[in-house]
Ligand binder design. Structure first.
Ligand code: RRO
Length: 302
């Protein structure tokens, strides 16, 4: 009997497909909708201390093999976000609160609030590719990452998962710092710093000029990161970047991921993507004689 349930630290997931942050995870209505379509867990939009409108349009554009975005961390702020969380009581899959801050005190404060709101885990967004003062300024320094994770770890008892960037030099060094700080697992990777120029207007398309590239085009980079992190760390790795099909998910798990997050593909393929990927994984496991995710996780590392 094939079982695609998976365990990430203390979280029991019915299946290894997780909604990535930034896609449909901002309101209680959209969170409920994703839960009812078979996702194993959900990550909320990244939430900060104060409300933010984000950048003016254009904030996203479809490009070769993916999407380029520079939303600019739009969010209602942590106090307002409580209303949304209060309305998702009946959801029976884990919900992880994604947070961003400018230093360890902000991260610790936000994490504590998310725990008080009843969320099941924290995703630390240390990796927004283009937000000045947040993101990469924090996620590129092993010392800062260690300190942020340590402070958050002291404040909350729910699992903590830093989301890392491939833009930040040696991702393994950053992953090790997160592990030393007490992370329960890591998420790899956030979108890659990128740009698209309109050759008719002769200037970058996005208002913010630089954005984050996600989707199929970044999958080989992300799979390499997951492979290297899985080889060097003792904590679970969650893979994200260009997961659109069950074959993509299997590839990540073979590289060592215990679960995958799905973002851009929700735009391309709709919410049925979660159930379709799960069905495909199950079929493949049966054909290959695997009974659980653990049976083939990390096999490519050997
Ligand atoms: O809001 C954004 O523009 C954004 C964030 Br916080 C992030 O982490 N990654 C991304 O591609 N965009």
């Amino acid at each position: 009997m094939v079982n695609i349930g998976t365990r990430i630290s203390e979280l029991e997931l019915r299946n290894p497909t997780i909604l990535a942050s930034g896609i449909l995870g901002e309101t209680s209505g959209s969170i409920r909708r994703v839960a009812s379509h078979g996702a194993g867990a959900i990550v909320t939009k990244s939430i900060g201390m104060e409300p933010r409108e984000g950048y003016p349009n254009p904030t996203a554009v479809e490009i070769d093999c993916g999407i380029l975005n520079s939303m600019g961390l739009p969010n209602p702020g942590i106090e307002e976000f409580k209303k949304e969380i209060d309305e998702i009581d009946e959801i029976d899959i884990p919900v992880m609160g994604s947070i961003f801050g400018k230093d360890e005190e902000e991260f610790a404060f936000l994490a504590k609030r998310m725990e008080e709101y009843g969320l099941d885990a924290i995703e630390l967004n240390l990796s927004c590719p283009h937000a000045r003062g947040y993101g990469l300024e924090i996620g590129s320094s092993p010392d800062v990452v260690r300190e942020v994770v340590r402070e958050v770890r002291k404040k909350v008892s729910i699992p903590v998962f830093p989301k890392l960037s491939a833009n930040a030099g040696d991702i393994v060094e950053i992953g090790k710092a997160a592990e030393e700080g007490g992370a329960d697992g890591v998420v790899a990777i956030n979108s890659l710093r990128a740009m698209k120029i309109d050759i008719h207007l002769k200037k970058p398309i996005l208002y913010n000029r630089v954005g984050g590239y996600s989707g199929k085009g970044i999958k080989p980079v992300a799979v390499r990161c997951v492979y290297e992190l899985s080889r060097e760390l003792d904590i679970p790795v969650i893979g994200v970047g260009g997961v659109e099909t069950w074959e993509d998910a299997v590839e990540y798990i073979l590289a060592g991921a215990c679960a995958v997050q799905i973002g851009s593909a929700v735009y391309y393929r709709g919410l049925s993507v979660f159930a379709e990927i799960c069905e495909g994984i199950k079929r493949w496991m049966k054909e290959n004689g695997f009974e659980s995710i653990e049976d083939f996780r990390g096999v490519a590392l050997k």
